[in-house]
Design a protein around this ligand. Structure first.
Ligand code: ATP
Length: 553
Protein backbone atom coordinates (compact mmCIF):
# COMPACT_ATOMS: atom_id res chain seq x y z
CA UNK A 1 0.00 0.00 0.00
CA UNK A 2 1.26 3.47 -0.88
CA UNK A 3 2.46 5.49 2.11
CA UNK A 4 0.53 8.69 2.80
CA UNK A 5 2.97 11.56 3.21
CA UNK A 6 1.72 14.84 1.65
CA UNK A 7 -0.46 17.20 3.71
CA UNK A 8 -3.29 16.99 1.22
CA UNK A 9 -3.26 13.20 1.27
CA UNK A 10 -3.12 13.14 5.04
CA UNK A 11 -6.04 15.52 5.30
CA UNK A 12 -8.17 13.52 2.83
CA UNK A 13 -7.46 10.27 4.66
CA UNK A 14 -8.22 11.95 7.98
CA UNK A 15 -11.52 13.34 6.71
CA UNK A 16 -12.53 9.91 5.45
CA UNK A 17 -11.74 8.47 8.86
CA UNK A 18 -13.68 11.25 10.62
CA UNK A 19 -16.73 10.82 8.40
CA UNK A 20 -16.69 7.06 9.13
CA UNK A 21 -16.52 7.85 12.81
CA UNK A 22 -19.39 10.33 12.66
CA UNK A 23 -21.66 7.91 10.84
CA UNK A 24 -21.19 5.13 13.40
CA UNK A 25 -24.68 4.57 14.75
CA UNK A 26 -23.43 2.62 17.75
CA UNK A 27 -20.93 5.23 18.99
CA UNK A 28 -22.01 7.81 21.54
CA UNK A 29 -21.69 11.49 20.69
CA UNK A 30 -19.08 12.01 23.41
CA UNK A 31 -16.99 9.14 22.06
CA UNK A 32 -17.18 10.60 18.54
CA UNK A 33 -15.99 14.03 19.67
CA UNK A 34 -13.15 12.69 21.80
CA UNK A 35 -12.00 10.37 19.00
CA UNK A 36 -12.13 13.22 16.56
CA UNK A 37 -9.76 15.31 18.67
CA UNK A 38 -7.45 12.36 19.09
CA UNK A 39 -7.38 11.74 15.31
CA UNK A 40 -6.51 15.41 14.73
CA UNK A 41 -3.57 15.15 17.07
CA UNK A 42 -2.25 11.84 15.74
CA UNK A 43 -2.73 12.44 12.00
CA UNK A 44 -2.28 16.16 11.57
CA UNK A 45 -0.20 17.21 14.57
CA UNK A 46 -3.00 19.54 15.62
CA UNK A 47 -2.58 19.08 19.34
CA UNK A 48 -4.55 19.82 22.48
CA UNK A 49 -7.79 19.96 20.54
CA UNK A 50 -10.69 21.27 22.58
CA UNK A 51 -14.35 21.91 22.00
CA UNK A 52 -15.55 24.88 24.00
CA UNK A 53 -19.22 25.37 24.76
CA UNK A 54 -20.90 28.46 26.20
CA UNK A 55 -22.02 28.85 29.78
CA UNK A 56 -24.46 31.70 29.43
CA UNK A 57 -24.90 32.33 33.13
CA UNK A 58 -21.17 32.94 33.59
CA UNK A 59 -20.72 34.36 30.07
CA UNK A 60 -17.74 32.14 29.44
CA UNK A 61 -16.75 29.32 27.11
CA UNK A 62 -15.87 26.13 28.91
CA UNK A 63 -13.97 23.05 27.75
CA UNK A 64 -16.55 20.35 27.02
CA UNK A 65 -14.20 17.91 25.20
CA UNK A 66 -10.46 17.91 24.92
CA UNK A 67 -7.51 15.75 23.95
CA UNK A 68 -4.24 15.84 25.85
CA UNK A 69 -5.08 18.68 28.24
CA UNK A 70 -4.56 17.99 31.95
CA UNK A 71 -7.90 16.94 33.46
CA UNK A 72 -7.31 18.64 36.80
CA UNK A 73 -6.56 21.97 35.09
CA UNK A 74 -9.74 21.67 33.09
CA UNK A 75 -11.64 20.99 36.30
CA UNK A 76 -10.10 24.11 37.83
CA UNK A 77 -11.38 26.13 34.89
CA UNK A 78 -7.88 26.97 33.64
CA UNK A 79 -9.04 26.98 30.02
CA UNK A 80 -12.29 28.81 30.60
CA UNK A 81 -12.50 31.91 28.38
CA UNK A 82 -14.85 34.88 28.85
CA UNK A 83 -17.04 35.55 25.81
CA UNK A 84 -15.28 38.84 25.16
CA UNK A 85 -11.68 37.74 25.47
CA UNK A 86 -8.97 36.02 23.52
CA UNK A 87 -9.00 34.24 20.20
CA UNK A 88 -11.65 31.81 21.37
CA UNK A 89 -13.92 34.65 22.44
CA UNK A 90 -13.29 36.36 19.10
CA UNK A 91 -14.32 33.24 17.13
CA UNK A 92 -17.36 32.88 19.38
CA UNK A 93 -18.51 36.48 18.97
CA UNK A 94 -17.76 36.98 15.31
CA UNK A 95 -18.25 33.50 13.87
CA UNK A 96 -14.87 33.89 12.14
CA UNK A 97 -11.75 31.77 12.24
CA UNK A 98 -9.04 33.32 14.41
CA UNK A 99 -5.41 32.25 14.59
CA UNK A 100 -1.97 33.27 15.72
CA UNK A 101 1.20 31.70 14.40
CA UNK A 102 3.19 32.44 17.53
CA UNK A 103 1.30 32.72 20.79
CA UNK A 104 4.09 34.71 22.42
CA UNK A 105 3.83 37.47 19.83
CA UNK A 106 0.12 38.19 20.05
CA UNK A 107 -1.45 40.47 22.63
CA UNK A 108 -4.97 39.12 21.98
CA UNK A 109 -3.84 35.66 22.99
CA UNK A 110 -4.47 34.66 26.57
CA UNK A 111 -1.24 32.84 27.16
CA UNK A 112 -2.50 30.84 30.08
CA UNK A 113 -4.63 28.59 27.91
CA UNK A 114 -1.77 27.38 25.66
CA UNK A 115 0.08 24.23 26.60
CA UNK A 116 3.78 23.85 25.83
CA UNK A 117 4.41 21.37 23.05
CA UNK A 118 7.45 19.29 23.93
CA UNK A 119 8.31 21.59 26.80
CA UNK A 120 8.44 24.91 24.97
CA UNK A 121 5.89 27.54 24.10
CA UNK A 122 8.05 29.06 21.36
CA UNK A 123 6.57 29.26 17.89
CA UNK A 124 3.33 27.61 18.87
CA UNK A 125 0.37 28.52 16.73
CA UNK A 126 -3.23 28.51 17.92
CA UNK A 127 -6.30 28.15 15.69
CA UNK A 128 -9.93 28.69 16.67
CA UNK A 129 -12.78 27.73 14.39
CA UNK A 130 -16.42 28.48 15.26
CA UNK A 131 -18.85 25.58 15.26
CA UNK A 132 -22.01 26.65 13.45
CA UNK A 133 -25.44 25.16 13.30
CA UNK A 134 -27.98 26.86 11.05
CA UNK A 135 -25.87 30.00 10.96
CA UNK A 136 -25.62 30.18 14.72
CA UNK A 137 -22.34 29.75 16.59
CA UNK A 138 -22.87 27.00 19.16
CA UNK A 139 -19.26 26.43 20.20
CA UNK A 140 -15.61 26.80 19.25
CA UNK A 141 -13.10 24.17 18.14
CA UNK A 142 -9.49 25.07 18.86
CA UNK A 143 -6.11 23.39 18.39
CA UNK A 144 -2.41 24.18 18.83
CA UNK A 145 0.34 23.41 16.35
CA UNK A 146 4.07 23.91 15.98
CA UNK A 147 5.69 25.85 13.21
CA UNK A 148 6.05 23.40 10.32
CA UNK A 149 7.21 24.47 6.87
CA UNK A 150 5.51 21.41 5.35
CA UNK A 151 2.01 22.32 6.63
CA UNK A 152 0.50 25.69 5.78
CA UNK A 153 -1.95 27.34 8.14
CA UNK A 154 -4.52 27.73 5.38
CA UNK A 155 -4.57 23.96 4.85
CA UNK A 156 -5.17 23.43 8.56
CA UNK A 157 -7.92 26.03 8.62
CA UNK A 158 -9.68 24.36 5.66
CA UNK A 159 -9.44 21.01 7.40
CA UNK A 160 -10.75 22.38 10.70
CA UNK A 161 -13.62 24.14 8.96
CA UNK A 162 -14.82 20.84 7.51
CA UNK A 163 -14.35 19.06 10.81
CA UNK A 164 -16.24 21.74 12.73
CA UNK A 165 -19.15 21.49 10.27
CA UNK A 166 -19.33 17.77 11.09
CA UNK A 167 -19.24 18.52 14.80
CA UNK A 168 -22.23 20.88 14.94
CA UNK A 169 -24.97 18.28 14.33
CA UNK A 170 -23.37 15.90 16.85
CA UNK A 171 -23.51 18.63 19.49
CA UNK A 172 -27.14 19.42 18.72
CA UNK A 173 -28.07 15.75 18.87
CA UNK A 174 -26.30 15.34 22.13
CA UNK A 175 -27.82 18.40 23.67
CA UNK A 176 -31.28 17.11 22.85
CA UNK A 177 -30.53 13.87 24.64
CA UNK A 178 -28.81 15.49 27.59
CA UNK A 179 -31.74 17.82 28.04
CA UNK A 180 -34.05 14.82 28.13
CA UNK A 181 -32.17 12.85 30.74
CA UNK A 182 -30.45 15.41 32.90
CA UNK A 183 -33.59 16.26 34.82
CA UNK A 184 -34.16 12.83 36.23
CA UNK A 185 -34.71 13.29 39.95
CA UNK A 186 -31.68 12.66 42.05
CA UNK A 187 -31.29 12.06 45.77
CA UNK A 188 -34.88 11.10 46.31
CA UNK A 189 -35.88 10.16 49.75
CA UNK A 190 -38.40 7.38 50.09
CA UNK A 191 -41.55 9.51 49.97
CA UNK A 192 -40.18 12.00 47.47
CA UNK A 193 -39.76 9.15 45.00
CA UNK A 194 -43.34 8.03 45.54
CA UNK A 195 -44.70 11.54 44.96
CA UNK A 196 -42.65 11.91 41.82
CA UNK A 197 -43.99 8.61 40.52
CA UNK A 198 -47.48 9.82 41.38
CA UNK A 199 -46.83 12.92 39.29
CA UNK A 200 -45.41 10.92 36.43
CA UNK A 201 -48.32 8.53 36.24
CA UNK A 202 -50.65 11.54 36.12
CA UNK A 203 -48.58 13.46 33.54
CA UNK A 204 -47.75 16.11 36.10
CA UNK A 205 -44.27 17.45 35.53
CA UNK A 206 -42.12 18.82 38.28
CA UNK A 207 -40.13 17.81 41.31
CA UNK A 208 -39.88 21.09 43.19
CA UNK A 209 -40.47 21.06 46.90
CA UNK A 210 -43.52 23.30 46.50
CA UNK A 211 -45.12 20.96 43.96
CA UNK A 212 -44.34 17.78 45.86
CA UNK A 213 -45.80 19.28 49.05
CA UNK A 214 -49.11 19.68 47.24
CA UNK A 215 -48.85 16.11 45.90
CA UNK A 216 -48.17 14.88 49.41
CA UNK A 217 -51.35 16.53 50.68
CA UNK A 218 -53.41 14.85 47.98
CA UNK A 219 -51.74 11.53 48.74
CA UNK A 220 -52.61 11.81 52.42
CA UNK A 221 -56.34 12.29 51.80
CA UNK A 222 -56.80 10.38 48.57
CA UNK A 223 -59.05 7.72 50.06
CA UNK A 224 -60.99 9.89 52.46
CA UNK A 225 -64.34 11.43 51.60
CA UNK A 226 -63.33 14.90 52.75
CA UNK A 227 -63.84 17.64 50.14
CA UNK A 228 -60.66 19.07 48.68
CA UNK A 229 -60.33 22.71 47.71
CA UNK A 230 -57.58 23.48 45.22
CA UNK A 231 -56.27 27.02 45.49
CA UNK A 232 -53.91 28.68 43.10
CA UNK A 233 -53.51 31.14 40.28
CA UNK A 234 -54.89 30.41 36.86
CA UNK A 235 -52.87 27.85 34.93
CA UNK A 236 -51.11 26.30 37.93
CA UNK A 237 -52.57 22.86 37.26
CA UNK A 238 -55.65 22.74 39.51
CA UNK A 239 -57.60 20.63 37.05
CA UNK A 240 -54.66 18.26 36.64
CA UNK A 241 -54.50 17.87 40.40
CA UNK A 242 -58.22 17.23 40.62
CA UNK A 243 -57.85 14.45 38.05
CA UNK A 244 -54.89 13.05 39.95
CA UNK A 245 -56.85 13.04 43.22
CA UNK A 246 -59.57 11.06 41.45
CA UNK A 247 -57.21 8.59 39.76
CA UNK A 248 -55.36 7.92 42.96
CA UNK A 249 -58.55 7.33 44.94
CA UNK A 250 -60.67 4.23 45.35
CA UNK A 251 -63.19 5.88 43.05
CA UNK A 252 -60.79 5.76 40.11
CA UNK A 253 -62.97 3.36 38.09
CA UNK A 254 -66.03 5.57 38.48
CA UNK A 255 -66.76 8.81 36.64
CA UNK A 256 -64.76 12.01 37.02
CA UNK A 257 -67.13 14.83 36.19
CA UNK A 258 -65.85 18.33 35.72
CA UNK A 259 -67.77 21.57 35.37
CA UNK A 260 -66.49 25.11 35.19
CA UNK A 261 -68.88 27.38 37.04
CA UNK A 262 -67.47 30.51 35.38
CA UNK A 263 -67.82 29.47 31.77
CA UNK A 264 -71.54 28.67 31.85
CA UNK A 265 -74.19 31.38 31.94
CA UNK A 266 -76.10 31.41 35.17
CA UNK A 267 -79.34 30.47 33.49
CA UNK A 268 -77.86 27.22 32.22
CA UNK A 269 -75.65 26.38 35.17
CA UNK A 270 -78.48 25.20 37.35
CA UNK A 271 -79.73 22.67 34.85
CA UNK A 272 -76.17 21.58 34.00
CA UNK A 273 -75.47 20.89 37.65
CA UNK A 274 -78.74 19.56 38.96
CA UNK A 275 -80.31 18.20 35.75
CA UNK A 276 -83.91 18.63 34.59
CA UNK A 277 -87.05 16.72 33.80
CA UNK A 278 -88.56 16.64 30.33
CA UNK A 279 -90.76 19.70 29.80
CA UNK A 280 -89.53 21.50 32.90
CA UNK A 281 -88.69 24.58 30.82
CA UNK A 282 -88.81 25.64 27.19
CA UNK A 283 -86.31 23.54 25.30
CA UNK A 284 -86.21 20.72 27.87
CA UNK A 285 -87.19 18.04 25.35
CA UNK A 286 -86.00 15.14 27.43
CA UNK A 287 -84.87 14.29 30.92
CA UNK A 288 -81.26 15.32 31.41
CA UNK A 289 -79.06 14.05 34.21
CA UNK A 290 -77.12 16.83 35.84
CA UNK A 291 -73.38 16.71 36.51
CA UNK A 292 -73.97 15.94 40.17
CA UNK A 293 -75.95 12.83 39.29
CA UNK A 294 -73.45 11.85 36.61
CA UNK A 295 -70.71 11.92 39.25
CA UNK A 296 -72.51 9.31 41.36
CA UNK A 297 -69.93 7.01 42.98
CA UNK A 298 -67.15 9.03 41.38
CA UNK A 299 -65.70 12.54 41.76
CA UNK A 300 -67.32 15.87 41.02
CA UNK A 301 -64.89 18.68 40.21
CA UNK A 302 -66.38 22.17 40.45
CA UNK A 303 -63.88 24.54 38.90
CA UNK A 304 -64.12 28.26 39.69
CA UNK A 305 -66.57 27.63 42.51
CA UNK A 306 -66.16 31.29 43.50
CA UNK A 307 -68.27 32.18 40.47
CA UNK A 308 -71.25 30.10 41.47
CA UNK A 309 -74.35 32.28 41.95
CA UNK A 310 -75.65 32.52 45.51
CA UNK A 311 -78.92 30.68 44.86
CA UNK A 312 -77.05 27.72 43.39
CA UNK A 313 -74.65 27.79 46.32
CA UNK A 314 -77.64 27.22 48.60
CA UNK A 315 -78.84 24.32 46.44
CA UNK A 316 -75.38 22.77 46.38
CA UNK A 317 -75.13 23.03 50.14
CA UNK A 318 -78.41 21.10 50.45
CA UNK A 319 -77.08 18.39 48.14
CA UNK A 320 -73.95 18.05 50.28
CA UNK A 321 -75.97 17.86 53.47
CA UNK A 322 -78.73 15.52 52.26
CA UNK A 323 -76.75 13.53 49.71
CA UNK A 324 -79.69 13.96 47.41
CA UNK A 325 -80.16 15.97 44.25
CA UNK A 326 -83.44 17.22 42.91
CA UNK A 327 -83.45 17.91 39.16
CA UNK A 328 -85.37 20.97 37.92
CA UNK A 329 -89.05 20.09 37.51
CA UNK A 330 -88.77 16.86 39.48
CA UNK A 331 -90.23 15.98 42.83
CA UNK A 332 -88.16 12.79 43.05
CA UNK A 333 -84.82 13.45 44.75
CA UNK A 334 -82.02 11.16 43.62
CA UNK A 335 -79.51 9.71 46.05
CA UNK A 336 -75.97 10.76 45.18
CA UNK A 337 -72.61 9.76 46.58
CA UNK A 338 -69.61 11.63 45.21
CA UNK A 339 -66.29 13.04 46.31
CA UNK A 340 -66.27 16.79 45.88
CA UNK A 341 -63.22 18.67 44.66
CA UNK A 342 -63.47 22.41 44.11
CA UNK A 343 -61.05 24.94 42.72
CA UNK A 344 -60.78 28.67 42.71
CA UNK A 345 -58.19 31.19 41.69
CA UNK A 346 -59.95 34.04 43.50
CA UNK A 347 -59.58 34.82 47.15
CA UNK A 348 -62.77 33.40 48.64
CA UNK A 349 -62.21 35.36 51.84
CA UNK A 350 -62.94 38.54 49.87
CA UNK A 351 -66.00 36.95 48.26
CA UNK A 352 -67.20 35.98 51.75
CA UNK A 353 -66.74 39.51 53.05
CA UNK A 354 -68.58 40.96 50.09
CA UNK A 355 -71.43 38.52 50.57
CA UNK A 356 -70.81 36.80 47.24
CA UNK A 357 -70.03 33.46 48.82
CA UNK A 358 -71.91 31.63 51.58
CA UNK A 359 -69.96 31.04 54.74
CA UNK A 360 -71.73 27.75 55.50
CA UNK A 361 -70.87 26.38 52.05
CA UNK A 362 -67.31 27.64 52.41
CA UNK A 363 -66.79 25.63 55.61
CA UNK A 364 -68.44 22.60 54.03
CA UNK A 365 -66.16 22.49 50.98
CA UNK A 366 -62.93 23.85 52.38
CA UNK A 367 -62.02 20.84 54.51
CA UNK A 368 -58.72 20.02 52.80
CA UNK A 369 -57.28 23.15 51.20
CA UNK A 370 -54.39 22.38 48.84
CA UNK A 371 -52.37 25.30 47.55
CA UNK A 372 -50.78 25.01 44.13
CA UNK A 373 -47.76 27.28 43.89
CA UNK A 374 -47.34 29.66 40.96
CA UNK A 375 -44.64 28.77 38.47
CA UNK A 376 -42.38 31.63 39.60
CA UNK A 377 -42.12 29.88 42.98
CA UNK A 378 -41.14 26.61 41.31
CA UNK A 379 -38.09 27.81 39.41
CA UNK A 380 -36.56 24.36 39.19
CA UNK A 381 -39.64 23.01 37.43
CA UNK A 382 -39.51 25.59 34.64
CA UNK A 383 -36.66 23.81 32.88
CA UNK A 384 -38.33 20.43 32.94
CA UNK A 385 -41.67 21.81 31.84
CA UNK A 386 -40.09 23.78 29.01
CA UNK A 387 -38.18 20.73 27.84
CA UNK A 388 -41.30 18.60 28.06
CA UNK A 389 -43.29 21.03 25.94
CA UNK A 390 -40.38 21.38 23.53
CA UNK A 391 -40.39 17.62 22.93
CA UNK A 392 -44.17 17.58 22.77
CA UNK A 393 -44.52 20.34 20.19
CA UNK A 394 -41.47 19.23 18.20
CA UNK A 395 -43.21 15.89 17.77
CA UNK A 396 -46.61 17.43 17.15
CA UNK A 397 -45.34 19.75 14.42
CA UNK A 398 -42.74 17.31 13.15
CA UNK A 399 -39.79 19.61 13.85
CA UNK A 400 -36.33 18.65 15.02
CA UNK A 401 -35.49 21.49 17.37
CA UNK A 402 -33.64 21.99 20.59
CA UNK A 403 -32.82 24.88 22.89
CA UNK A 404 -29.40 26.49 22.81
CA UNK A 405 -27.70 26.98 26.14
CA UNK A 406 -28.87 29.99 28.06
CA UNK A 407 -32.55 29.48 27.24
CA UNK A 408 -33.36 27.99 30.60
CA UNK A 409 -31.79 30.91 32.45
CA UNK A 410 -33.88 33.23 30.31
CA UNK A 411 -37.08 31.29 31.03
CA UNK A 412 -36.30 31.20 34.73
CA UNK A 413 -35.81 34.94 34.90
CA UNK A 414 -39.40 35.58 33.76
CA UNK A 415 -42.31 35.79 36.23
CA UNK A 416 -44.92 33.67 34.35
CA UNK A 417 -48.13 35.40 35.44
CA UNK A 418 -50.06 32.95 33.24
CA UNK A 419 -48.18 30.04 34.83
CA UNK A 420 -47.83 26.70 33.08
CA UNK A 421 -50.43 27.45 30.46
CA UNK A 422 -48.40 30.50 29.43
CA UNK A 423 -45.11 28.59 29.41
CA UNK A 424 -46.73 25.92 27.26
CA UNK A 425 -47.84 28.56 24.82
CA UNK A 426 -44.47 30.32 24.70
CA UNK A 427 -42.68 27.06 23.89
CA UNK A 428 -45.26 26.14 21.26
CA UNK A 429 -44.73 29.49 19.57
CA UNK A 430 -40.95 29.14 19.76
CA UNK A 431 -41.16 25.72 18.08
CA UNK A 432 -43.40 27.03 15.34
CA UNK A 433 -41.23 30.07 14.72
CA UNK A 434 -37.87 28.26 14.80
CA UNK A 435 -36.25 28.59 11.42
CA UNK A 436 -33.57 25.94 11.97
CA UNK A 437 -32.72 23.25 14.46
CA UNK A 438 -32.06 25.59 17.34
CA UNK A 439 -34.19 27.94 19.37
CA UNK A 440 -31.84 30.60 20.60
CA UNK A 441 -31.90 33.06 23.47
CA UNK A 442 -32.78 36.00 21.23
CA UNK A 443 -35.88 34.25 19.90
CA UNK A 444 -37.09 33.43 23.40
CA UNK A 445 -36.32 36.97 24.58
CA UNK A 446 -38.42 38.33 21.75
CA UNK A 447 -41.40 36.12 22.64
CA UNK A 448 -41.08 36.99 26.33
CA UNK A 449 -40.99 40.70 25.50
CA UNK A 450 -44.31 40.27 23.73
CA UNK A 451 -45.65 38.45 26.78
CA UNK A 452 -44.43 41.23 29.07
CA UNK A 453 -46.22 43.82 27.02
CA UNK A 454 -49.46 41.87 27.32
CA UNK A 455 -49.37 41.32 31.04
CA UNK A 456 -49.66 44.58 32.83
CA UNK A 457 -49.14 45.13 36.50
CA UNK A 458 -51.64 47.39 38.20
CA UNK A 459 -50.96 49.72 41.12
CA UNK A 460 -51.69 46.94 43.58
CA UNK A 461 -49.01 44.82 41.99
CA UNK A 462 -51.57 42.45 40.49
CA UNK A 463 -50.63 41.26 37.06
CA UNK A 464 -53.41 41.17 34.54
CA UNK A 465 -53.55 40.14 30.96
CA UNK A 466 -54.00 43.00 28.58
CA UNK A 467 -56.17 41.28 26.03
CA UNK A 468 -56.32 44.11 23.55
CA UNK A 469 -53.88 42.49 21.12
CA UNK A 470 -56.06 39.40 21.06
CA UNK A 471 -59.42 40.91 20.57
CA UNK A 472 -59.27 40.26 16.86
CA UNK A 473 -60.87 36.86 16.65
CA UNK A 474 -60.08 33.54 14.98
CA UNK A 475 -56.36 33.53 14.22
CA UNK A 476 -55.25 34.82 17.57
CA UNK A 477 -57.96 32.93 19.40
CA UNK A 478 -56.11 29.70 18.62
CA UNK A 479 -52.92 31.18 19.93
CA UNK A 480 -53.83 31.10 23.56
CA UNK A 481 -55.59 29.04 26.07
CA UNK A 482 -56.32 32.17 27.97
CA UNK A 483 -56.22 32.88 31.64
CA UNK A 484 -59.46 33.14 33.44
CA UNK A 485 -59.86 36.88 33.19
CA UNK A 486 -60.67 36.82 29.52
CA UNK A 487 -63.37 34.18 29.56
CA UNK A 488 -66.19 36.45 28.64
CA UNK A 489 -69.20 36.59 26.52
CA UNK A 490 -72.24 38.75 26.65
CA UNK A 491 -74.46 36.10 25.09
CA UNK A 492 -74.81 32.43 25.69
CA UNK A 493 -74.50 31.58 22.00
CA UNK A 494 -71.10 33.16 22.02
CA UNK A 495 -69.82 31.47 25.13
CA UNK A 496 -66.72 29.39 25.49
CA UNK A 497 -67.22 25.68 25.25
CA UNK A 498 -66.82 24.09 28.63
CA UNK A 499 -63.35 23.26 29.77
CA UNK A 500 -61.65 24.97 26.86
CA UNK A 501 -60.57 28.53 27.41
CA UNK A 502 -60.31 30.84 24.49
CA UNK A 503 -60.06 34.51 23.99
CA UNK A 504 -63.47 35.84 23.15
CA UNK A 505 -64.44 38.59 20.81
CA UNK A 506 -65.58 41.79 22.35
CA UNK A 507 -69.08 42.61 21.31
CA UNK A 508 -69.09 45.75 19.19
CA UNK A 509 -71.71 47.36 21.37
CA UNK A 510 -70.26 46.17 24.61
CA UNK A 511 -69.65 49.51 26.24
CA UNK A 512 -73.15 50.58 25.24
CA UNK A 513 -74.66 47.39 26.71
CA UNK A 514 -72.73 47.77 29.90
CA UNK A 515 -73.77 51.40 30.22
CA UNK A 516 -77.43 50.42 29.65
CA UNK A 517 -77.26 47.65 32.20
CA UNK A 518 -75.66 49.92 34.76
CA UNK A 519 -78.33 52.51 34.15
CA UNK A 520 -81.17 49.94 34.49
CA UNK A 521 -79.69 48.63 37.71
CA UNK A 522 -79.01 52.12 39.09
CA UNK A 523 -75.33 51.31 39.32
CA UNK A 524 -75.74 47.94 41.04
CA UNK A 525 -73.01 45.86 39.41
CA UNK A 526 -74.35 42.47 40.48
CA UNK A 527 -77.74 43.30 39.00
CA UNK A 528 -76.17 44.73 35.84
CA UNK A 529 -74.16 41.53 35.44
CA UNK A 530 -77.36 39.49 35.75
CA UNK A 531 -79.09 41.59 33.09
CA UNK A 532 -76.25 40.79 30.69
CA UNK A 533 -76.12 37.11 31.70
CA UNK A 534 -72.58 37.43 33.05
CA UNK A 535 -71.08 36.42 36.32
CA UNK A 536 -70.29 39.30 38.63
CA UNK A 537 -66.60 38.68 38.09
CA UNK A 538 -66.90 38.71 34.34
CA UNK A 539 -68.85 41.93 34.58
CA UNK A 540 -66.34 43.60 36.87
CA UNK A 541 -63.56 42.59 34.52
CA UNK A 542 -65.31 44.07 31.49
CA UNK A 543 -66.18 47.18 33.41
CA UNK A 544 -62.57 47.63 34.46
CA UNK A 545 -61.39 47.07 30.87
CA UNK A 546 -63.86 49.57 29.47
CA UNK A 547 -63.58 51.88 32.46
CA UNK A 548 -62.83 55.03 30.56
CA UNK A 549 -65.59 54.45 28.03
CA UNK A 550 -68.34 53.60 30.47
CA UNK A 551 -69.35 56.48 32.63
CA UNK A 552 -71.19 55.20 35.62
CA UNK A 553 -74.61 56.69 36.39
N1 ATP B 1 -47.34 20.15 36.51
C1 ATP B 1 -47.75 20.17 35.24
N2 ATP B 1 -47.15 19.41 34.32
C2 ATP B 1 -47.53 19.47 33.04
N3 ATP B 1 -48.49 20.25 32.58
C3 ATP B 1 -49.13 21.00 33.45
C4 ATP B 1 -48.82 21.00 34.83
N4 ATP B 1 -49.65 21.86 35.46
C5 ATP B 1 -50.44 22.37 34.52
N5 ATP B 1 -50.15 21.86 33.31
C6 ATP B 1 -50.78 22.22 32.04
O1 ATP B 1 -51.09 23.61 32.13
C7 ATP B 1 -52.37 23.88 31.62
C8 ATP B 1 -53.23 24.49 32.71
O2 ATP B 1 -53.49 23.50 33.69
P1 ATP B 1 -54.89 23.42 34.45
O3 ATP B 1 -56.03 23.65 33.51
O4 ATP B 1 -54.91 22.17 35.25
O5 ATP B 1 -54.70 24.70 35.38
P2 ATP B 1 -55.77 25.42 36.29
O6 ATP B 1 -55.06 25.86 37.50
O7 ATP B 1 -56.97 24.53 36.45
O8 ATP B 1 -56.13 26.68 35.43
P3 ATP B 1 -57.48 27.59 35.55
O9 ATP B 1 -57.49 28.22 36.91
O10 ATP B 1 -57.27 28.60 34.48
O11 ATP B 1 -58.63 26.68 35.34
C9 ATP B 1 -52.91 22.56 31.09
O12 ATP B 1 -52.64 22.48 29.71
C10 ATP B 1 -52.12 21.51 31.83
O13 ATP B 1 -51.96 20.36 31.05
Amino acid sequence: MKEITGTREINSALLLEVSRLMSKSTASSGYKLMSLLSLLSRWSSLHYGRIMLPNYSLRVLEVAYSYGLPEEQIALGKYTVPFDQGLTGFAWRTGQVSLVTDVLDESIFIQRIAEPIEGSLSRIGFICVPINVDGLVVGVLSVQRRANPRRSYSEDVDLLRIISSMTGPVLVNMRQRVQQVSFLPSQLDHDGGRYIRMCESNNIIGSSHALLSAVKEIDQVKNSEAPIMLLGESGTGKEMFARMAHRESQRRDKPFICINCASIPEALLESELFGHEKGSFTGAYRRQKGKIEQAHEGTLFLDEIGDMPLDLQAKLLRVLQDKQVQPIGSDQPQHVNFRLITATHVNLAVALQEGRFRLDLYYRINVIPVYLPPLRKRQEDITRLAQHYLNHYAQLYDRSVSFTQGIHEELQSYGWPGNIRQLQNVVERAVLKASGQLINVEQIKHILDTERSMYQTDQLGVTKLDIAPFLEPTTSAREYDSPQEVKFSGTSSNRVSRGKRSYMRVCEHESENIRDAMSKSSGNQAQAARILGMTARQFRYRLAKLGSEVSQP
